[in-house]
Design a protein around this ligand. Structure first.
Ligand SMILES: [Cu+2]
Length: 131
């Protein structure tokens, strides 16, 4: 009988230690990075094609989601951020098919060029990733 009690106490103590370790693991888990969401629309003004807004400011480590809508009458336009994998998209201007979403993590600080790879004279922008 004494043996059973000590075994039971040992088991209870083991569970208490396991629960404490699990709680510690939860508390020390890194919080998920904030999601920064933007919507940028491609417009055309006197022949200039522009993703607007074209400047995106985030912090290093943020997840970034940009919804791209192409309303320019001139056809397909693309979107890319130099040096940022996952930021590229080609967006049609046809009603019902004129929206694309790009998502990436801003894992390095700096200033990155936003541009249309299809039309280099396109008015460009910048992604600013703060340290
Ligand atoms: Cu373009």
């Amino acid at each position: 009988m004494v043996y059973h009690r000590s075994m039971r106490n040992l088991l209870l103590a083991s569970f208490a230690v396991a629960a404490a370790v699990a709680a510690y693991a939860v508390e020390t888990k890194a919080p998920s990075a904030p999601l920064r969401e933007f919507k940028s629309v491609n417009i055309e003004v006197k022949g200039n094609k522009i993703w607007t807004p074209g400047v995106f400011i985030v912090k290093k480590g943020d997840r970034v989601k940009i919804t791209l809508v192409n309303t320019a009458p001139s056809g397909v336009h693309a979107f890319a951020i130099e040096g940022i994998p996952g930021s590229e998209a080609s967006v049609d201007n046809k009603e019902g098919a004129n929206t694309k979403v790009v998502e990436f993590t801003a894992d390095k600080a700096g200033i990155f060029r936003v541009f249309c790879p299809l039309h280099i004279p396109h008015v460009g922008g910048q992604l600013l990733v703060l340290e």
